[in-house]
Write a protein that binds this ligand. Structure first.
Ligand SMILES: C[S@@+](CC[C@H](N)C(=O)[O-])C[C@H]1O[C@@H](n2cnc3c(N)ncnc32)[C@H](O)[C@@H]1O
Length: 213
């Protein structure tokens, strides 16, 4: 039973998926409250959420900020739920939601100023490929922001004990981000977990060089 519930957090489907997604709306809404201000949204920013789930985060961004929001999620149930929630913004072309696996899909067009994900990295068995793909989708200097529950917090839950959830340490995540080429990697910790921020640069100025005016 617990394995079944764990699987639903990874990819919600059916009636159980609807129940789990309502639990996520309640439980994870405060995590969106923490992450959204960290995105430091500027007018016209293009932002991608990976694993948008119920679509609450996408809706908050499109309703409260002058930005273009895209998202990708590989649960058909979540795609339908998020589409319903964001119908008005989609019709106005402020939101574009995609249904597919971020790791294999070529559906998401263009490059983004900011990419964020909340409670998603546990489901990636290695972080190297996802982080490298995220870098490819970011503009020069683009921001990646993630929320990840503390490994101790995840361990307390019965449905996380069966190999579906990877319980990454913050040191491992920082190490993999750095190895993928992210720079300015910073994190903060609260009772539940970590907000991790970093930037993608392809062109590093040689140290000591002054900007050309
Ligand atoms: C635990 S839920 C989190 C949902 C929402 N971000 C929240 O915090 O409430 C994980 C979500 O990520 C999606 N997901 C997981 N791996 C994915 C992948 N490789 N590509 C796209 N979506 C993925 C799942 O379908 C699910 O909606």
């Amino acid at each position: 039973m617990y394995r079944l519930i764990g699987k639903q957090f990874r990819k919600p489907s059916g009636i159980l998926g609807t129940i789990i997604s309502n639990i996520m709306i309640k439980g994870n809404s405060p995590d969106y409250d923490k992450v959204i201000p960290e995105l430091d949204i500027r007018p016209g920013d293009s932002i991608l959420e990976i694993g948008y789930g119920h679509g609450l985060g996408v809706h908050r961004l499109a309703s409260g900020y002058d930005c273009m929001v895209s998202g990708i999620d590989f649960s058909e149930l979540m795609y339908n739920m998020a589409t319903k929630r964001n119908r008005e913004h989609i019709d106005r072309k402020r939101v574009a939601l995609h249904y597919g696996d971020f790791l294999t899909s070529e559906k998401i067009p263009g490059l983004y100023d900011k990419i964020f994900l909340i409670h998603v990295i546990y489901f990636w068995d290695s972080l190297d490929e996802p982080f490298s793909l995220i870098r490819k989708k970011l503009k020069e200097g683009g921001l990646l922001c993630m929320f990840m529950a503390h490994a101790d917090f995840i361990r307390k839950m019965k449905f996380t004990k069966d190999g579906i959830f990877n319980k990454y340490s913050i040191d491992h995540v920082v190490d993999r981000l750095t190895s993928a080429g992210f720079r300015e990697v910073h994190y903060t910790l609260d009772k539940k977990g970590y907000i991790i921020k970093c930037r993608s640069f392809n062109f590093i100025q040689p140290s000591g060089a002054s900007p050309v005016h």
